[in-house]
Design a protein around this ligand. Structure first.
Ligand code: ATP
Ligand code: MG
Length: 899
């Protein structure tokens, strides 16, 4: 059964039983504790935590997941993908254990003709929590599973919570016995490879007041409404139903392995349970190519931190595995389309965005190939050095330099070192990395000091019971009440003058930094006369808005009424930037096509930065067109308006969806006229004319496939142009030319300067060569050989060569002659030796002579028998160099005289 069909049956099964189908959220859904969505329940967290009330009692989804922790498992176990899809059904205070078991059993064992998966009931095993007799009995009565195939397990395996105070409860897992050839008898408690976990059913039944570890927590009491959250591994079910040995051989992954096998000319064996080494490489390729595809599809761009780094690592591991399989050419152009053709069945957007996705992926591979080229050389040097020194250890310094200077990932260094029988001082490497990170982040940390620890915020958000109301779309002055004060590491009751606190109100017009828009600043006044200056605003957990503020006067106390005043100038200026960003984004898409999607932005007062995907530099003419287009529409004074609608409606209306939004929710769409429409949570101007003026400052590359434009808006754009105007005025004054004549005038000046420099050069060489005749006349006789050895200051290697040849030409003919000239420019010596035919027939070779001279100079040299040239490091040894040549000449003439 194809994976897409398994997925379809899951949705249909639960759809028929009253579940609302909720589309997968983006992998990048905002969650302060997660890099990527890693389970089907993540988008539903606010419902389970009671922060929001669910619009349905029952839901079903197939959620895209990425588990970065499983990256090392890939290819080695049979059941771990970095990207995978989790089928899940959810009950919010509706059915509980019995309903969940029944629904799962029906689907798993229902016949394939009737829409089920048709697993043999005799091969199903389940686990329950140690003392969860209720589930135990239900598996007996509802599913008729015999007692010996229901196993009890402890809290570590069969209790679920979120790692923080909140809902928790027992879980029950469904396993399929793959058969005795895959491991010993005894059920999942004995062997999890033979008995493969396909589905985990979680029963949220109690509220935990504190959580210290997976199996160490306090139960506060039963939950008022009990919930069900389940997760079934789509790929795992597919591998069983397709009769394969692991999840890399299913229809959605295997075609990539097949193509990789063709490219490398090596077979994929697939025989062994563990497979042999090349099989693991093939599986890594199959898995990582698909994961990279899905990540880029959801808007990740390669980078050196966080999500971007995970993507980079996946691409690099895939490319590197192909190298180990013997393929040195670019591989993604061969493999990525294969994966896309498979995945587009369930994710049609992959086809729609193919140009963007593929260009980012290919550019990343190209960049990595460059890195590999440079890094491998450096690595080989370091490895050679270590070996010569008799060491088997590559120092942490070296590994760090490879990483820091050449972008060589540590895992690659480790692998390559292992191949050469070397070890890497990993501790040393990590220490250096940590030091560097600390340095880089000291700044950011100072600003967001307390945001690393989210549990205080969570506790506060829980206490509030509902999200803080953001009033800032409609007003810049609001009234609210102090609901929380954080200082140092925890909540406090009050704070006094001079202290820095984090203040939480029940409602506020202050915009928290997010969506590329910087935070508002301003003033908060309390009913008791206290006054605070707001320096920064953040939203560390969903639903909470935290003002970082300094107490200017009075005492801040809980429950005090508050008046909030946003700094209007700053806000307006930031809003102008944000609206301008949308307009520039749209104009770039018009000019470059839909692949020019936003990859990041920062909207600050008066200026903004906009990053977007593009395969190469954007021509100046396009920048000029975009700027002109935007400014035309600024003047057209378009209305900027917001609307709320469902995600689907938004997409249908042509709005650009940015990544990380949660699907299925009401979304906010910002439109500039009918022209630019985007999903956005930021603040904007009311009309486009309020932008005044938008000035692009140019563009640059910030990584493979991503370009950045920086721009100024409003008064800042005006000031910039005014400054340029002054500059031009100064130039016209200095050059006595009209502004439009400036480019020509400057080009003319540069041209004349160049000609003058050439002229000076020529004069210098003439003067140098003028000395040639005199040098030739002053030649010394060494045993019948005319010898000139001379040193010139300030002469380049080219000058020295010219002079040597000139002197040789002026030497008396019919006699063997040798000319050696040493020059030095900028402290670097160079030497040229020229000999004539007679000298050569006496066995004097310019090549040999120059080598001796260059060695004396601390360098090397070489060339032909008649002319050779060399260089060195130390200009203070020119006398020795000339003495070397002379000694060789005299030795040769002594030899010749003896003949
Ligand atoms: P395992 O112990 O096998 O790693 P898990 O306990 O981490 O599994 P859960 O967190 O309970 O798994 O996730 C629910 C379901 O998602 C699992 O029953 C499994 O079918 C699937 N699943 C989990 N991790 C992966 C993965 N890396 N690749 C594919 N499917 C997975
Ligand atoms: Mg796991």
């Amino acid at each position: 059964m194809e994976t897409a069909e398994i997925r379809r049956r899951f949705l249909a099964h639960f759809g028929r039983r009253g579940h609302t189908a909720v589309p997968s959220a983006s992998l990048l859904l905002d969650d302060p504790n997660l890099l990527f969505v890693n389970a089907g329940m993540v988008p539903f967290k606010p419902y389970f935590l009671g922060q929001e009330s669910p619009p349905y009692d029952r839901a079903v989804s197939v959620q895209k997941c990425v588990r970065t922790l499983d990256i090392e498992e890939v290819g080695k176990t049979t059941r771990h993908g970095t990207f995978f899809q989790m089928n899940g059904n959810f009950s919010f205070g509706d059915y509980f254990k019995e309903g969940a078991l029944e629904l799962a059993w029906e689907l798993v064992t229902g016949s394939q003709e009737s829409g089920g998966y048709g697993f043999d009931p005799d091969r199903i095993w389940v686990t329950v929590l140690q003392d969860d007799d209720e589930s135990f009995d239900l598996w007996r009565s509802v599913a008729g599973i015999p007692e010996q195939r229901i196993q009890r397990r402890g809290l570590l395996d069969n209790y679920w919570h979120m790692g923080v105070a909140g809902p928790g409860g027992p879980c029950s897992e469904i396993y399929v016995d793959r058969g005795p050839e895959f491991g010993p008898d005894g059920g999942p408690i004995v062997d999890e490879d033979r008995f493969l976990e396909i589905w985990n059913l979680v029963f949220m039944q109690e509220e935990l007041s504190s959580v210290r570890a997976k199996d160490d927590f306090d139960v506060k009491g039963p939950l008022p409404a009990k919930n069900v959250d389940t997760g079934m591994g789509l790929e795992r079910v597919a591998y069983l139903l397709q009769g394969k040995h692991n999840l890399y051989e299913i229809d959605e992954v295997f075609p990539v392995i097949e193509r990789a096998s063709q490219l490398s000319g090596r077979p994929y064996d697939g025989g062994g349970e563990r497979g042999h080494e090349t099989d693991v490489l093939f599986r890594v390729v199959g898995d990582h190519v698909r994961s990279a595809l899905m990540l880029i599809g959801d808007g990740v761009v390669p980078g050196n931190e966080g999500r971007g780094y995970v993507l980079r690592r996946l691409v690099r591991r895939a490319v590197r595995s192909m190298r180990l399989l013997g393929v040195d050419e670019p591989v993604l152009p061969e493999l990525l389309p294969v994966s896309k053709d498979r995945m587009k069945v369930s994710y049609p957007e992959l086809e729609l965005q193919w140009e963007r996705i593929s260009s980012i992926a290919y550019a990343e591979e190209d960049a990595f190939r460059e890195t590999l080229k440079a890094g491998t050389q450096i690595f080989d040097l370091a490895a050679g050095e270590a070996k010569r020194a008799g060491s088997t250890l590559l120092s942490g310094d070296r590994a760090f330099a490879l990483h820091d200077t050449y972008g060589f990932p540590i895992d690659l260094t480790l692998e390559m070192a292992a191949e050469q029988g070397l070890q890497v001082d990993e501790d040393g490497f990590r220490r250096l990395m940590a030091e560097q990170r600390d340095r880089a982040k000291a700044d950011a940390r100072a600003k967001k000091a307390k945001h690393g620890e989210t549990h205080h915020y969570r506790a506060l958000a829980d206490d509030l019971g509902r999200p803080v109301e953001f009033t800032g779309y409609d007003e810049v002055v609001s009234e609210g009440t102090v609901r929380g004060i954080l200082a140092g590491a925890g909540t406090v009751q009050a704070a006094g003058e001079g202290e820095e606190v984090e203040l939480v109100l029940d409602r506020t017009p202050f915009y928290a930094e997010g969506g590329g828009q910087l935070a508002d600043q301003g003033i908060i006044e309390l009913g008791n006369g206290a006054r605070l200056q707001v320096l920064d605003v953040q939203s560390p957990v969903t639903g909470l808005i935290v003002h970082q503020a300094r107490v200017l006067a009075g005492e801040v106390t809980l429950d005090a009424p508050a008046q909030t005043f946003v700094d209007v100038e700053r806000r307006r200026s930031i809003s102008r930037s944000h609206t301008a960003t949308h307009m520039v984004h749209k104009a770039f898409r018009e000019a470059l096509g839909d692949t020019a999607t936003q990859a990041g932005s920062e909207n600050s007062p008066g200026r903004f930065r906009f990053d977007f995907s593009a395969s190469g530099a954007v021509p100046a003419s396009v920048l000029a067109d975009v700027e002109a287009r935007v400014n035309d529409l600024v003047l057209a004074d378009l209305l900027v308006h917001q609307e709320y609608m469902s995600q689907q409606e938004a997409i249908r209306s042509g709005a650009m969806a940015l990544f990380g939004e949660k699907y299925g929710d009401q979304v906010r769409v910002i439109s500039v006229g009918d022209w630019a429409r985007e999903l956005c949570g930021g603040t904007h101007t009311e009309r486009s004319a309020q932008l005044g003026l938008v000035k692009l400052l140019g563009e640059s590359s910030i990584g493979s496939g991503v370009r950045r434009v920086e721009a100024l808006v409003g008064a800042d754009a005006y000031r910039f142009l005014a400054r340029e105007h002054v500059l031009v005025a100064q130039l016209t004054e200095a050059l006595k030319a009209r502004p439009e004549e400036l480019p020509e005038r400057v080009a003319d000046l540069v041209e004349r300067l160049r000609a003058a420099e050439k002229e000076i050069d020529r004069t210098r060489v003439d003067r140098l060569l003028a000395a040639g005749g005199e040098l030739a006349r002053g030649a010394e006789d060494i045993g019948g050989v005319s010898f000139v050895g001379h040193r010139v200051e300030g002469a380049t290697a080219g000058d020295v060569r010219k002079l040597a040849l000139d002197v040789r030409g002026r030497m008396p003919s019919g006699r063997p002659s040798v000319v050696a000239i040493v020059g030095s420019a900028d402290g670097k010596p160079s030497v040229v030796v020229a000999v004539d035919d007679e000298a050569r027939s006496r066995g004097l070779s310019a090549n040999a002579l120059v080598k001796a001279a260059a060695t004396a100079l601390g360098g090397s040299g070489g060339g032909k028998d008649d002319v050779a040239q060399g260089g060195g490091a130390d200009a203070s040894h020119t006398d020795e160099a000339l003495a070397e040549v002379r000694a060789l000449v005299s030795r040769a003439s002594v030899g010749a005289a003896a003949d």
